[in-house]
Design a protein around this ligand. Structure first.
Ligand SMILES: Cc1cc2nc3c(=O)[nH]c(=O)nc-3n(C[C@H](O)[C@H](O)[C@H](O)COP(=O)(O)O)c2cc1C
Length: 267
């Protein structure tokens, strides 16, 4: 557990840290006090929320100073940004430079996670040839399904996907130069959901870098196929949480595609 250090002379006893904290960790006396260390999820909110900067949590230094732009992004701009995000299915050949990937992933690490566990890890493919090889393994998995007459092969259009692949196109990873794969050391608690959330952060962030992405659903379905696990170097207990193809979009959208009306019940 990190140490909770309070500068009592700076503390104004406003209690904001206690009300922001997970229940049972801090309580307010004259000043905030730790009740039960076991309840701390190391979210760092107490240190980040204190108006006086009176709290210091042991461990790594605070992140770079906060730049609050929430009042500068209008709901309209944000709404348009989100409505305009599209699944990209054709990419320029050039891969995303490593520095850009690092910049992106330094934001993605702020995705929320259950209990602040931060258990999502990443495998990032930077070599378009490797992305193609991996797509080929998904096709191998599909060929196996077809051979075995698996019920999966009745649902998935495996025959047409295989024939598109044989024609030289890539219907699996769409010729994307890069692939971002979320993994975890083991499947526990909220890790599958954490993986999806982290990937959604990535998906939504990429257009701001002039990049596009698409969820790699076929790869996800084939992820337990041993040659794929081997290709990715996944250890026995490691789990594949999901993946996004990514790269510079080859085409531009001019309209927002139609979507169903929202179904919502207010109670
Ligand atoms: C879980 C998931 C898996 C997907 N898998 C694929 C895929 O394997 N190939 C593909 O071209 N698109 C895939 N998509 C993209 C969807 O087809 C796409 O999100 C949908 O058509 C809506 O388009 P939009 O994302 O541009 O709004 C996937 C999307 C999700 C959420």
């Amino acid at each position: 557990m990190p140490e909770f250090n309070l500068n009592k002379s700076a503390c104004s006893s406003c209690g904001t840290c206690v009300s922001t904290c997970t229940p049972g960790h801090l309580k307010m006396n004259t000043n905030p006090e730790v009740v039960a260390d076991t309840m701390c999820i190391e979210c760092g909110h107490c240190e980040a929320v204190c108006p006086e900067g009176a709290i210091n949590i042991s461990g790594p230094e605070l992140e770079a100073p906060m730049v609050d732009i929430s009042s500068k992004i209008s709901p309209e701009d944000m709404g348009n940004y989100m409505r305009n995000r599209r699944s990209i299915r054709n990419y320029k050949k050039r891969p995303v430079p490593r520095e850009t990937i690092e910049e992106i992933m330094d934001v993605v690490r702020f995705a929320p996670s259950g209990g602040n566990q931060q258990l999502v890890e990443w495998i990032i493919i930077e070599d378009p040839q490797k992305t193609r090889e991996l797509a080929g393994l998904v096709i191998k998995w599909m060929e196996k399904l077809a051979e075995e007459n698996s019920p999966f092969a009745q649902v998935l259009p495996v025959e047409s996907l295989i024939s598109v692949w044989k024609s030289g196109l890539d219907p699996i990873l769409r010729g994307a130069p890069n692939l971002f794969i979320a993994t975890a050391k083991s499947n526990e608690g909220s890790t599958p959901m954490d993986g999806t959330i982290a990937l959604s952060y990535l998906d939504l962030l990429l257009p701001s870098f002039g990049l596009g992405s698409c969820w790699a659903g076929f790869l996800q379905m084939a992820a337990d196929f041993e040659p794929i696990r081997e290709f990715l170097g996944l250890k026995d207990s490691e789990v594949f949480l999901g993946a996004l193809m990514a790269g510079y979009p080859e085409c531009k959208f001019f309209r927002v595609p139609k979507r169903k009306k929202l179904s919502v019940r207010y109670i």
